[in-house]
Design a protein around this ligand. Structure first.
Ligand SMILES: [Zn+2]
Length: 181
């Protein structure tokens, strides 16, 4: 797949059998290449996403996250520690209630952002931004996610999102409304 000058390194996988949790065009994404230099951003570990979500993430990494990494740390974005790709479950792992956006592959959870390589490598942990500039970088990251996705939730939103940034492209019930906290 290629779009916006980016490429998603992914394998197409068969759709799930559970109809409540069907992912449209599921792909297992292990890396996303961005920019003219085809700079490779690894997703650790690889996650299963819908093709549409994979492209939305690719576009966001190129347009927002890489420039923020450059701006705050003078480093290239290198990888994301992620979780919560496709998983058939209810929101916040509750026993009842609506299905999570993860159940359709439309969501991704980000736990840490890695920039630079070798001695210059740094890790920005969403739960505990400790290094210089980490807090401001994460604030800017969340603001950009707010514009790029339908929902973005993170530390301070609620207890279920204390240690990661959740982003998804599931349309919300009120048309054209976005949910950012
Ligand atoms: Zn999530």
């Amino acid at each position: 797949m290629a779009a916006y000058g980016t490429a998603v390194r992914a394998v197409t996988i068969p759709p799930t059998k559970d109809s409540a949790c069907t992912v449209v065009e599921p792909v297992e994404v292990e890396a996303i290449s961005i920019g003219p230099g085809r700079q490779r951003i690894a997703l650790l570990p690889p996650v299963t996403l819908s093709c549409t979500m994979a492209l939305a993430v690719a576009k966001w990494l190129e347009i927002s996250v890489q420039p923020l990494a450059k701006g705050y740390f003078s480093q290239d974005l290198t990888s994301l520690r992620v979780g919560g790709g496709h998983e058939c479950r209810r929101r916040n792992r509750a026993a009842n209630g609506p299905l999570s956006e993860h159940s359709t592959g439309q969501a991704l959870d980000i736990f840490a952002i890695m920039v630079g390589a070798g001695k210059a490598a740094g890790t920005i942990v969403v739960e505990k931004p400790e290094g210089p500039g980490h807090g401001a970088f994460l604030d800017a990251l969340r603001q950009s996610a707010c514009g790029a996705f339908m929902t973005s939730l993170g530390p301070g939103s609620d207890a279920a999102h204390a240690n990661h940034l959740h982003i998804d492209i599931q349309p919300r019930r009120a048309a054209s409304s976005r949910f950012c906290q």
